[in-house]
Design a protein around this ligand. Structure first.
Ligand code: OGA
Ligand code: NI
Length: 363
């Protein structure tokens, strides 16, 4: 086994910042100091619940005569957990498998073959990076990620990775399937809020869709590291393919609950924009990903939401005397500027847009 960076990386590759990647064959062998969390932020794995879980919603009947029942189930899941898994979602198993396969190939090919995509600049739309935003973080996250926009597909597919050779075709196909699924979910979620089916579709403007391939190598000490720290998702709706290695945990009543993978299911959760539009009725629930000692984990969230210029505010019909507006309206681009300007932490971005009411102590 190579023991130093010099043995495996050419000078040229190092110039690209590849020595910082988790997936360079070296970094994950030992927990370097920069990955060790202070005691108060460690995951306390022995306290995680494996007996509870998030709801499972079968989408089989979503587009039939029993739509109302499915919409109600989605509504309940969004109100109580903010997270649910979906079955019979219509995305072919083969599409999911090929996407997971090509993602694995991407992170397993020689590091020199992905070095050209490395960037620490959060304005870089297509980028391979590590942690979340390493210029802002004191402690690094145990993961690499490949992030790229997916919509409109024709506009972005030409900037996606050229290697592995089948990447663009497979990821393009997956992105198109995900968009179709998410548009159906957006209609159902709009209805669940008592809004017209087209509501989210309309207010999201030109829409934005991102694919984020997370790579978590095995970690010698999962007790003192985190793959993804506690956070809520910034955009509208997230649909995650989490593969068959567990790691995702969701916060429920102050306690961490593990989301064990169900074969061929997706995990759906509401992002901060849905918390705003629903005026707090649907919450963007905090979650994290922990590491494990034995198996590399790949998870692929699709983040879907407004385009930069879209204006986001609590839906008018959800604001009344009993339910005063909890958030100011804003252009989605303003929100994302704050998001990318800091580290990934709790729900700190949403706080910037809260309306404080002295009489209810800023509820
Ligand atoms: C995220 C996220 C969880 C996971 O990227 O926002 O929550 O399982 N990922 O990788
Ligand atoms: Ni997330």
């Amino acid at each position: 086994m190579p023991s130093t960076m010099e043995d495996v990386l050419t000078h040229e590759a190092k110039a690209n910042g590849v020595e910082k990647l988790m997936s360079n064959g070296i970094n994950h062998l030992q927990v370097q100091d920069t990955y060790i969390l202070p005691p108060s932020e460690r995951p306390r794995l022995s306290e995680v619940s494996y007996s509870e879980s998030i709801p499972v919603v079968d989408l089989q009947d979503l587009d039939g005569p029993n739509r109302t029942r499915v919409v109600q189930e989605i509504c309940l899941a969004c109100e109580e957990d903010g997270f649910f898994q979906i079955l019979n979602h219509g995305v072919p198993e083969a599409t999911m498998k090929s996407m997971m396969g090509i993602a694995k190939e991407f992170f397993e090919m020689p590091v020199e073959d992905r070095a050209c995509l490395y960037s620490e600049d959060t304005n870089q739309r297509v980028r391979l990076s590590t942690s979340f935003n390493i210029s802002k973080e004191k402690v690094l996250n145990w993961r690499d990620y490949l992030l790229h926009p997916c919509h409109p597909l024709e506009e972005f597919i030409g900037s996606w990775p050229e290697k592995p050779a089948a990447y663009r075709e497979i990821a393009g196909n997956y992105a198109a399937e995900m968009r179709a699924l998410i548009l159906r979910l957006m209609a159902a979620v709009s209805e669940a809020l008592g809004l017209d089916s087209d509501y989210l579709n309309r207010i999201f403007g030109k829409h934005s869709q991102l694919m984020d391939i997370m790579y978590y190598p095995p970690c010698p000490n999962p007790d003192i590291t985190l793959g993804t720290p506690r956070h809520s998702d910034a955009r509208g709706i997230t649909v995650l393919m989490q593969g068959n290695v567990s790691g995702l945990q969701v916060l429920r009543n102050g306690k961490w609950v593990a989301v064990e993978p169900i074969p061929n299911a997706f995990v759906v959760n509401m992002g901060d924009q849905l918390q705003v539009v629903s005026n707090g009725r649907f919450r963007s629930v905090e979650h994290r990903a922990v590491t494990n000692t034995s198996t590399a984990r790949i998870s692929i969230p699709t983040f879907y939401g407004p385009s930069e210029e879209a204006f986001i505010a609590p839906a008018e019909s959800l604001v009344d005397e009993q339910h005063p507006a909890l958030y100011k309206g804003f252009k989605f681009g303003e929100f994302m500027k704050i998001f990318w300007g800091q580290e990934l932490k709790n729900k700190t971005v949403l706080d910037h847009f809260k309306i404080e009411y002295p009489e209810n102590n800023g509820k």
